[in-house]
Design a protein. Structure first.
Length: 556
């Protein structure tokens, strides 16, 4: 006797019909040249749904599922339905920019279900997360270290209603990053899970592994918040903000295709992190005195050099804040504008509006001080040089490894060697190194090999006043790890620096198309320690460890 399992049969039939609905919706989208999506697998912004009353939404067969400023994403059963057309026209008449997606009827039901959740859901401003003061206090008290963040993230991942928890999971992940002062959040998907990591003081630390189905919700939510295309598997960049108490923190999102999925990096642009006074960046007091003298000159050029992530932007912003006054007009040309500075005009370049064009436009605005985000071509270099020679103080960055490398690099870009030293006041090179945790760092004896290397470096410092505060080289401090530093042994970062001033000796060798070594030799009379020497001074003063210094510069 054959038994039929009606329950399984009905489930299979229901699954087949749903699949057929999605197929037909996708075909209809292609027919009308529109995008297709499935509202059952992406997060829905409840504030966006609330734009249209439930009765009107159901009547017109639509759901507004995301809203960022004046741009809205709207799901429709068919663009040919009269009431759908009327609602679209009404929204466009209100000044909204619509991106239309075709969906199935089951998708619409997922959207309409949100109306029942309004009484349970804490609303947030469009394109941002708004966190109540009570919620901030709760998060701050519970997320004290990496271990507590991992524990709470994994608890939420394991909760049943994954889709509805996506916003809260993102809130937790980002609040966790803010609580330990991480600079970036990395999501790296694999076949079964996505690795979640924070960049903390320049180093990536593991937080959790997120199941791939949960990660897909997060990916869609971040795309919606950032105003990016949902169905486009290509490199995309966007922004959104977090209202975190009194702070509006911008998040810069970068999404690139990854095998079978897409990888996300969220850059946290916390305005508090840029408010570092010039005096606290880590320059040795003697170099700081020289640098402050150069940036207070009425004209000329200051160039900071170093790889990506070496703190060049922080140094430039600290310099601008140091010299800014009500009598000074300051204009910046950046790509992108990472932090907004009060009282300063900031412009952003794009594919059609480059640094050179931005600089020429800025010069027509009667500025006293100009900051150019980066010099990367001959036109920008020559325009910046000419600006510095015509009564403007110009700050910029250049990709070289050393201060001495600035001069050959400018020559390579096509700048006339005869005018480089007339325009360039000072070239500064820098790196960022982690500071030892002041709560748990431990003193240890140096080995004979380490002592030999340290003494050799100290002997090269010509101005011995730099090392007067050094007692001996018999011991240094190393990392241990405690609750205050997330058991990493390090807390915060500090710069190591070197600089070259455009002196007569440097000017003489410039004309001969010199190498870095020749520039370095010509600058020896300036007696400014190089980055290695500056780093060793910080090691011997217990600020950082030998191991950390060696991760940035070679001790040999």
């Amino acid at each position: 006797m054959i038994h039929f399992d009606d329950k399984d049969q009905n489930a299979s039939l229901s699954k087949f019909r749903r699949k057929e609905q999605e197929y037909l919706a996708e075909r209809l989208a292609n027919k009308h040249g529109l995008q297709y999506t499935d509202l059952s697998i992406i997060p829905i912004n409840s504030n966006a749904v609330a734009m249209v009353p439930e009765e009107e939404s159901r009547d017109a067969k639509v759901v507004v599922f995301n809203k960022v400023n004046k741009k809205i994403n709207i799901a429709v059963l068919s663009p040919e339905i009269d009431k759908t057309k009327q609602l679209i026209k009404k929204l466009e008449g209100q000044g909204f920019l619509l991106e239309i997606f075709v969906v199935s009827e089951e998708s619409l039901k997922n959207g309409w279900a949100i109306y029942k959740e309004f009484s349970k859901t804490e609303k947030s401003e469009e394109g941002s997360f708004s966190v109540s003061p009570e919620r901030i206090k709760e998060i701050a008290e519970s997320l004290k270290d990496i271990a507590s963040i991992t524990e709470k993230v994994e608890a939420l991942i394991n909760a049943k209603d994954t889709k509805r928890n996506t916003t809260y999971l993102l809130e937790l992940i980002m609040a966790g990053a803010l609580s330990i002062e991480a600079s970036d959040i990395h999501f790296e998907p694999g076949e079964e899970s996505a690795r979640l990591r924070y960049r903390l003081d320049g180093v990536l630390v593991q937080i959790s592994a997120i199941p791939i189905d949960v990660y897909n919700f997060i990916l869609s939510r971040i795309k919606l918040l950032s105003g990016l295309k949902l169905n486009a598997s290509k490199a995309q960049d966007g922004r959104f903000s977090i209202s975190f108490g009194e702070l509006d923190i911008e998040i810069r999102s970068s999404i690139i295709p990854n095998a079978g999925s897409e990888s996300i990096v969220l850059r946290i642009l916390n305005p508090e992190s840029i408010k570092v006074p010039l005096e606290e960046l880590g320059m040795h007091p003697k170099l700081l005195t020289i640098y402050q003298k150069e940036i207070k000159k009425p004209h000329g050029m200051i160039l900071t050099t170093g790889p990506t992530g070496s703190g060049k932007t922080t140094t430039l912003y600290a310099s601008l804040q140091k010299i800014y006054s009500d009598e000074t007009k300051v204009i910046t040309i950046e790509n992108p504008i990472e932090y907004h500075l009060d009282g300063i005009v900031q412009t952003q370049t794009d594919e059609k509006y480059g640094f050179a064009e931005g600089l020429r436009s800025a010069l027509r605005q009667d500025p006293d001080v100009i900051m150019v985000g980066e010099i990367r071509d001959q036109e920008t270099a020559e325009t910046a040089i000419n600006a510095s020679l015509t009564g403007h103080l110009v700050f910029s960055t250049l990709h070289t490894n050393t201060a001495a490398g600035t001069f050959p690099r400018l020559i390579d870009l096509g700048v006339n060697p005869k005018i480089i030293t007339s325009a360039l006041n000072l070239s500064l090179a820098q790196r960022l190194i982690r500071k030892l945790c002041s709560n748990c760092k431990k003193e240890r004896e140096t080995t004979e090999e380490e002592k030999e290397k340290i003494n050799k470096i100290l002997d090269n410092i010509k101005d011995k006043s730099y090392i007067e505060e050094i007692d001996n080289t018999n011991s240094v401090y190393g990392p241990v790890g405690c609750e205050k530093c997330n058991n990493l042994g390090y807390k915060g970062r500090v710069g190591i620096y070197e600089a070259i001033i455009s002196t007569e000796a440097v000017e003489k060798v410039i004309l001969g198309n010199p190498s870095e070594r020749e520039i370095l030799e010509a600058s020896q009379e300036q007696n400014i320690p190089n980055m290695l020497e500056d780093g060793i001074l910080k090691v011997l003063n217990g600020i950082t460890s030998l191991e950390e210094l060696e991760s940035e510069v070679s001790l040999d």
